[in-house]
Design a protein around this ligand. Structure first.
Ligand SMILES: [Fe+2]
Length: 192
């Protein structure tokens, strides 16, 4: 079964995100879906053709982590955008953030500091499915740094394509715009 690109055009009009930037971002995302399908097909045919022991197979297999996570992380990202209401700090997520980070404010400070790190990648608030605690993590590119057993709860794209058209080098301003548009209901629904 092939993966299908989802439609996020409903996000157009979000405050702080220009239409050109969003449309470019959707196109990039669709490329990850296409390449994920292409890689899965190629790997399956190589296996059938007895080419599984080749360097080509090994490199395509490594590449899958990049394309697949590029696809899935964009889905988490777009799906945790488009919200208008701030987080209800007395709700399930608000309470858990305060419990695991000291306070909501301390969590936000750490998440934003992670997002402001130099380099391209993602900032993810994870729920550790094993121990139950929340952790902020930096992901290099799309595939390096994921925490085993953890489920993404809030996902922020900090590749330059996510903000440069609208913000130039002002990454902190983009992070602020992201925070204004978080769909906290979607985020909270990802908690176990
Ligand atoms: Fe992106």
């Amino acid at each position: 079964m092939a993966y299908a690109a989802k439609d996020y055009s409903g996000l157009i009009g979000m405050e702080g995100f220009g239409e050109t930037l969003l449309n470019n971002h959707f196109t990039l995302y669709q490329g990850y879906v296409t390449n994920t399908n292409k890689l899965l097909d190629l790997l399956a045919s190589m296996l059938k053709e007895g080419k599984a022991g080749t360097p080509e197979y090994a490199e395509l297999k490594r590449r899958l982590g990049f394309e697949f996570n590029g696809m899935r992380l964009h889905e988490y990202y777009f799906e945790n955008l488009g919200g208008k209401a701030p987080l209800d700090k007395s709700g399930k997520l608000g309470k858990k953030l305060a419990e695991d980070f000291g306070s909501y404010e301390d969590w936000e400070k750490d998440f934003k500091a992670t997002a402001a790190m130099r380099g391209i990648g993602w900032t993810i608030l994870y729920e550790d499915g094993v121990a139950g605690r929340l952790v902020n993590q930096w992901i290099n590119e799309h595939e390096t740094g994921h925490l085993a057993g953890c489920v993404p709860v809030l996902v922020l794209d900090v590749f330059e394509h996510a903000f440069m058209i609208d913000y130039g080098l002002k990454r902190a301003d983009y992070i602020e715009a992201f925070f204004k548009n978080i769909d906290w209901g979607a985020v909270e629904s990802r908690l176990k």
